[in-house]
Design a protein around this ligand. Structure first.
Ligand code: SF4
Ligand code: SF4
Length: 367
């Protein structure tokens, strides 16, 4: 089976793919229900997948309900993307110890590379991963913590068949169909999966399953499903490069208006798969003999993140919201050659007051 062809994996045989990954030494993670939401967690068997569930999302709202038939992937996005697997929410970067002679020694805490296969990755999350790769791996500084996890990551994408009302990946050009960045892509149909290899190792894994080629009718059904998933998306950003429009609108009254609703809670940045702001903390022991240097996720919405030389450079919610949007949709183009938004819609659903980035961008682009 070449990398350009589709084969067909019957639903009852999905477990064989997990077994093949385990046999190659991969720990598997996949979508599962935790606390009423679909998140990625260690996957022991196909039975752990969220069969028949779909997500209903709206500004400030997320809930799961029946409606996916026999499907395992009839949902759009949970609150978590690939980000926590590579850029840990909190981790120790190094430790320092003071010896009996008073000398201080440092120990790096770089995690050993481990094989991890994530199953069920969405197209928007692959696009977000490519952006995080640019940030953590492709600049002047390569982050060894991210790099150690990235090298062992294998990605099984599943093309979206049930976009949520908050999704707008078609408008950013990042979905709903995965185009690159995966090892294996699955398109879920009612009776199984079209499979497609996106890398040599993905092709080698599929070859071990000895699957039959997909029929023309199934390939057509997959294409129709992809078109439908794009066509039903009702939200959109007003353009793919909003840099000039947003920087021309720095004094727009909408910033004040949205600041009146925004709680500066940082939920949007925590669920965003491309946000990478972090803080670094020093945690010495009581005796002063050792100290732990930690990195943890931070947000441009927190007061501390804008604290510079004894001065709050973004003292209020208006300036913090403006920082987030002008960076995410504007100056990312200068840094990374594209917008920092992949249209996943998470910041809309998980904002406690339902602030909608597409609505705000539209308002700010209107004089
Ligand atoms: S800004 Fe919002 S919609 Fe865009 S990638 Fe981040 S969470 Fe997703
Ligand atoms: S936009 Fe919403 S999620 Fe983001 S900081 Fe404001 S209230 Fe919180």
């Amino acid at each position: 089976m070449s990398r350009t062809e589709h084969s067909f994996l019957p639903r009852a045989a999905l477990g064989r793919l997990l077994e093949a990954l385990c046999a190659l030494g991969y720990r598997c993670a996949g979508p599962q229900v935790r606390d009423g939401a679909i998140v990625y967690a260690e996957l022991a068997s196909v039975q752990d997948l969220p069969r028949g569930l779909t997500d209903v999302q709206a500004p400030g709202s997320y809930r799961l309900e029946e409606g996916g038939g026999e499907r395992y992937f009839a949902w759009a996005t949970g609150p978590q993307a690939l980000k926590p697997f590579l850029f840990a929410p909190r981790e120790v970067l190094w430790r320092a110890d003071r010896g009996a002679d008073g000398r201080i020694s440092f120990r790096s805490e770089t995690a050993p590379a481990a094989r991890l296969a994530v199953i069920g990755v969405r197209a928007c999350d692959l696009a977000a991963l490519a952006l995080q790769d640019r940030h953590f791996l492709e600049g002047r500084y390569v982050d060894p913590y991210y790099a150690a996890r990235r090298v062992g990551l294998l990605l099984v994408a599943v093309n979206c068949s049930h976009p949520a009302a908050t999704c707008f990946c078609a408008s950013t050009g990042d979905g709903p169909h995965a185009r690159s960045g995966y090892d294996i892509a699955l398109t879920e149909l009612d009776d199984g999966y079209l499979t497609h290899a996106g890398s040599d190792r993905g092709a080698a894994i599929l070859a071990t399953l000895a699957l039959a080629p997909a029929s023309a009718a199934r390939v057509e059904a997959g294409q129709a499903q992809a078109q439908h998933s794009a066509a039903v998306q009702s939200r959109a950003l007003p353009g793919r490069n909003l840099r000039d429009a947003l920087f021309a609108a720095l004094e727009h009254p909408r910033w004040e208006e949205v600041a009146g609703r925004c709680l500066s809670c940082a939920n949007c940045t925590q669920v965003c798969p491309t946000c990478f702001c972090h803080a670094e903390l020093e945690l010495p022991d009581v005796g002063g003999h050792t100290t732990e240097h930690q990195r943890e996720w931070d947000s441009c919405f927190t007061a501390g993140h804008a604290w510079l030389a004894g001065h709050a450079v973004r003292p209020d919610t208006r300036t913090r919201y403006r920082q987030w949007l002008t960076h995410k949709l504007g100056s990312w183009h200068e840094q990374y050659g594209r917008s920092g938004c992949v249209g996943c819609g998470r910041c809309i659903a998980w904002c406690p007051v339902g602030i909608d980035i597409t609505e705000e961008a539209q308002a700010l682009c209107t004089p």
